[in-house]
Design a protein around this ligand. Structure first.
Ligand code: GUN
Length: 278
C-alpha cells in the first residue's frame, strides 16, 4: 500500500510562505500571463495560474490574443512587457498556434523575467547548477520527493520522457542531488527492464496507462507528471494507478499531485524575479 503524496497540501504550504513574505516585505509584484488562441487545456492552466497569483498576493495581468496573432505581433507584446516596470515576470502559455515559432518567442523574453525558466540562458544555468529560476515542474517534483523524507543521494532514478520542459531538467535536478539518473524515451530498448531498476520513477510521457505494475520495483517512489484524458474523457496521468499503487512506497495522484506544485513553483519564481529586479 503506497502513501499518497498530497500535492495540493504541499503546494498550499509553498503558497502560504510566499504570501507571508510578500506581505511582510510589502512587495508589489506583477506577472504577465499571455495566452494565444483557443486551446482549452491552456485556458484551464492559465486560469489556475491567475488564481494562484491571487492567493499569493501577486498581481496578474492577462493578455489573451486571438488564434490568428502573428509572430511579429507577439514579439512586439513581449518587447513591451520586457520594458514594463510593473511586470516582474512574463509567462507565455505553450503551445502557441503553428504560425508562431515558440523558440523565437521564448528567446525574446528577458531572462530576468523568464519565470518559466525556458530561455536558453536560464536552461544553461540549470545545467550548471547555479540558477535563480527553478524549472517549475521538475522543481515541484523535487519538493514532492523531499516531502516524503526519501533520500535521493545514490539512488537509481529513472525519468521517462526527454522534453526540454520536464524530462531533461528533471534529470539535472536529480543529478544535482547525487542520484544515478537514466532518461528513457521512445527509442529506449526494454523500457520496462530499465524502469524496474528505479528507486524513484518519474513519468513524463503524456500517455494514459503507460506505466504498468510490471515496470515498477517494489517500494519505489512513483511520480506521475502526465496530464491526459482517458477514453471516458476523465483526467488521468501516465501511471496505471490502481495496479501500481500497491507496489509503490509513495505515489502521486492525478489530479492533485504534480500539477499544483508546478504552479506553486511558478509563484516562487515570480517572487524571485521581483527580488532580482529590486
Ligand atoms: N504548457 C504546458 N506546460 C507549460 C508551462 O509550464 N509553462 C508554459 N508557459 N506553458 C506550458
Amino acid at each position: 500500500m503506497a502513501k499518497i503524496i498530497d500535492g495540493k497540501a504541499v503546494s498550499q504550504q509553498v503558497k502560504d510562505e510566499i504570501r507571508a513574505e510578500i506581505e511582510r516585505d510589502g512587495l508589489s509584484i506583477g506577472l504577465a500571463v499571455v495566452i494565444v488562441g483557443n486551446n482549452q487545456a491552456s485556458r484551464v492552466y492559465v486560469n489556475n495560474k491567475k488564481k494562484a497569483c491571487e492567493v499569493c498576493g501577486i498581481k496578474s495581468y492577462e493578455y489573451a490574443l486571438p488564434e490568428e496573432t502573428t509572430e511579429e505581433q507577439l514579439l512586439e507584446l513581449v518587447d513591451t512587457l520586457n520594458e514594463d516596470k510593473n511586470i516582474n515576470g512574463i509567462l507565455v502559455q505553450l503551445p502557441l498556434p503553428k504560425q508562431i515559432n515558440e523558440e523565437k518567442i521564448i528567446e525574446r523574453i528577458s531572462p530576468e523575467k523568464d519565470v518559466d525558466a525556458f530561455h536558453a540562458t536560464n536552461v544553461g544555468k540549470i545545467m550548471i547548477g547555479n540558477y535563480a529560476f527553478l524549472p517549475c515542474t521538475p522543481a515541484g517534483v523535487m519538493e514532492l520527493i523531499h516531502s516524503t523524507g526519501t533520500e535521493i543521494s545514490g539512488k537509481e532514478c529513472v525519468v521517462i520522457g526527454r522534453s526540454n520542459i520536464v524530462g531533461k531538467p528533471m534529470a539535472m535536478l536529480l543529478l544535482h542531488e547525487n542520484a544515478t539518473v537514466t532518461i528513457c524515451h521512445s527509442r529506449t530498448k526494454d523500457l520496462a527492464e530499465v524502469c524496474r531498476r528505479a528507486d524513484i520513477l518519474v513519468s513524463a510521457v503524456g500517455k494514459a496507462d503507460f506505466v504498468t505494475a510490471d515496470m515498477v520495483k517494489d517500494g519505489a517512489v512513483v511520480i506521475d507528471v502526465g496530464m491526459n484524458r482517458n477514453a471516458e474523457g476523465k483526467l488521468c496521468g501516465d501511471v496505471k494507478y490502481d495496479e501500481v499503487e500497491p507496489k509503490a512506497s509513495y505515489i502521486t495522484p492525478v489530479p492533485g499531485g504534480v500539477g499544483p506544485m508546478t504552479i506553486a513553483m511558478l509563484m516562487k519564481n515570480t517572487l524571485m524575479a521581483k527580488k532580482l529586479q529590486g
